[in-house]
Ligand binder design. Structure first.
Ligand code: C2E
Ligand code: CA
Ligand code: CA
Length: 554
């Protein structure tokens, strides 16, 4: 039991009211003295106890409330009918608090008891989040409202910053409960460093923290703080041997510019954080920079997405890859495109994350596979051999068993096993759940498909991990190629990555070669495959065939 829980139980022992600690399986692991003396004391299990502590409304209501508290991690209260040791039936208020490790704490107070006996300790508990011991949403709003009423200078700015972690739900399913708590505490610890000099720091929702700054606030200072917070999470978090990359967005609202009360300031910062999360991860934004129009546009895109996937609004273009040693175009990457009838071109950087959130990504990916299969056939028809195709795979897809089934079905039905088909997985995705990821990649390679690590250099894969990964190709991120002709350090890094990849036996793709000067440097590495605007922009199918037929030798 954590020290925190023990402290709370010690306080509750001396209360003049009943308290019960209930484990995940609803067994009762602890009761306080008052409960033992005044309520039934021989029940070992909450379901037995529930028969005696009858909910006032219907039989299952009480258990539903308990489940709700557990899943939302937010406290609730209710009224139950309860039989005392002398078998007298009385109404009883019950406060239910989520505790660490899926436990619940029930505090019962007979309605005949003097309400003032409901001591300060209970009030404290209702104000704090049990997992992090930070103020919870209700208390945060109370304190913020008080601050607003105390503002000496009405024109002074005050800022509310919401730090919204994107993947906490996924972590829940991947980790054990203890690791999940460790992760949460690490998030809190990292944020504590920046929140020290600021007045309020709270956990306002399961995956959201809030920080309020009130001294000498200027938008520039707030922006710096937001950047500092994002920097804190560049480094992965190590939780029981797993490396976790936190994905977060920071939403900022300003008082009095955005709202003049605590509730609306909090809502605006939250809305901003979640709007940012839909378009760009690990970024921040101000509420007043996100006009309603933008939010509406994102909503429209999400609503229109399923139909766009079904009809042909979403299609694929091919970005050619050039093999330096063979002096020919030898492959292409499939890139999704959406031509919306009203909104025009929508970048995949906007709609792919939305497709991931709505589950549509499964269909988008299957469409990409179908397109690849059609393309292999068309290439064969034109006598073009040894031309590889790469399909981008979104984060989490590999850990989802339905995807493996889709893939197996596709490989078998479309006879893909002997085709040069690559799946591109970004470097950061490898860290999500290392061992499961390795199993999935091995299974995919067993099906005859190759794996390419996309955006290499933007994540934190250690060399030791890198050497153990079941991958075929490293795709060096564009940021290492940019200015490689004029920036000596870039050139050194690029060479080091190529040397290392070759030593580990991986093929290499360099992406984002835009200029002749950059190409001159990259060309020195004969075993590298190059992709970038210098060679070609992404092309429609017929354009790709034109390019291949011209048999350009660059
Ligand atoms: P990515 O996989 O890193 O794809 C490369 C992106 O860089 C593409 O942008 C491409 O058009 C662009 N690019 C290629 N060469 C150059 C260059 O020389 N200079 C510059 N500045 N850019 C270059 P695009 O098509 O907008 O795609 C953006 C991202 O969207 C992709 O990044 C990928 O993460 C995602 N995406 C695109 N299509 C799909 C898809 O079918 N499925 C999934 N899951 N993600 C996709
Ligand atoms: Ca890619
Ligand atoms: Ca890339």
């Amino acid at each position: 039991m954590s020290n925190n829980t023990e402290d709370i139980l010690n306080i509750l022992h001396v209360l003049d009211t009943g308290a019960v600690l209930v484990e995940d399986d609803l067994s009762i692991s602890w009761t306080n003295k008052y409960f033992d003396q005044h309520y039934f004391s021989d029940q070992k299990n909450l379901t037995d106890l529930c028969r005696d502590l009858k909910p006032v409304e219907d039989d299952n209501a009480f258990l539903h409330i308990l489940e709700d508290v557990k899943s939302k991690k937010e406290y609730a209260d209710t009224i139950i009918e309860c039989h005392l040791s002398d078998n007298e039936a009385v109404l009883c208020d019950v406060w239910i608090y989520p505790m660490s490790g899926e436990r619940l704490l029930l505090v019962c107070q007979l309605q005949t008891q003097n309400k003032t006996a409901h001591c300060e300790a209970l009030l404290q508990m209702a104000r704090y989040d049990p997992a992090t011991t930070l103020p919870n949403r209700i208390y945060f709003l109370e304190m913020l409202e008080e601050k607003l009423t105390q503002q000496q200078h009405p024109e002074a700015l005050l800022s509310i910053m919401i730090i919204d972690f994107n993947e906490l739900d996924t972590y829940d399913t991947v980790f054990s409960i203890t690791s999940d708590e460790l992760l949460l505490l690490t998030l809190k610890e990292r944020l504590t460093d920046v929140s020290k000099e600021h007045t309020l720091f709270a956990r306002v929702a399961p995956s959201k923290f809030a920080i309020v700054c009130e001294t000498a606030v200027t938008p520039v200072k707030v922006e710096k703080l937001a950047q500092e917070i994002l920097h804190l999470f560049y480094e992965p978090i190590s939780v029981e041997g797993h490396l976790v990359y936190a994905e977060l967005s920071v939403g900022i609202s300003l008082y009095p510019t955005d709202a003049n009360n605590a509730k609306n300031l909090l809502l605006k910062a939250e809305k901003t954080a979640s709007a940012i999360q839909k378009t760009e991860l690990n970024s921040y934004g101000f509420a007043h920079k996100l006009p309603e129009k933008n939010v509406d546009k994102i909503l429209k895109i999400s609503t229109d997405l399923p139909a766009a996937v079904e009809n042909e609004e979403i299609f694929f273009v091919f970005q050619p890859q050039y093999c330096l040693d063979e002096g020919r175009f030898c492959g292409a990457e499939l890139l999704a495109r959406w031509e919306h009838p009203e909104l025009g071109f929508i970048s995949p950087e906007i709609f792919i994350p939305l497709a991931e959130q709505t589950g549509m990504i499964r269909t988008v990916t299957m469409k990409a596979f179908m397109e690849a299969s059609k393309m292999f056939k068309a290439l064969e028809g034109r006598g073009i051999k040894d031309f590889s195709l790469s399909v981008n795979i979104s984060p989490n897809m590999l850990l989802y068993s339905g995807f493996m089934e889709d893939l197996e079905f596709f490989i078998e039905s479309y006879e893909m096993a002997d085709k040069p088909l690559y799946l591109e997985v970004t470097e950061n995705d490898f860290a999500r759940n290392f061992s499961k990821m390795i199993d999935a990649l091995n299974a995919i390679r067993d099906m005859g498909i190759k794996i390419e690590m996309d955006d290499y250099g933007t994540g934190y894969t250690s060399l030791q991990y890198l050497s153990k990964l079941p991958i075929d190709t490293l795709k060096i991120d564009r940021s290492f190629v940019q200015d490689i002709d004029s920036d000596q350090q870039q050139a050194v890094l690029f060479k080091a990555i190529c040397d290392m990849a070759s030593a580990l036996g991986y093929d290499i793709v360099a992406e984002g070669v835009e200029t002749e000067a950059e190409n001159l440097v990259v060309q020195q590495y004969k075993n590298v495959r190059v992709q970038g605007y210098y060679y070609s922009k992404p092309l429609q199918v017929n354009e790709l065939f034109e390019l291949l037929e011209k048999a350009v030798v660059l």
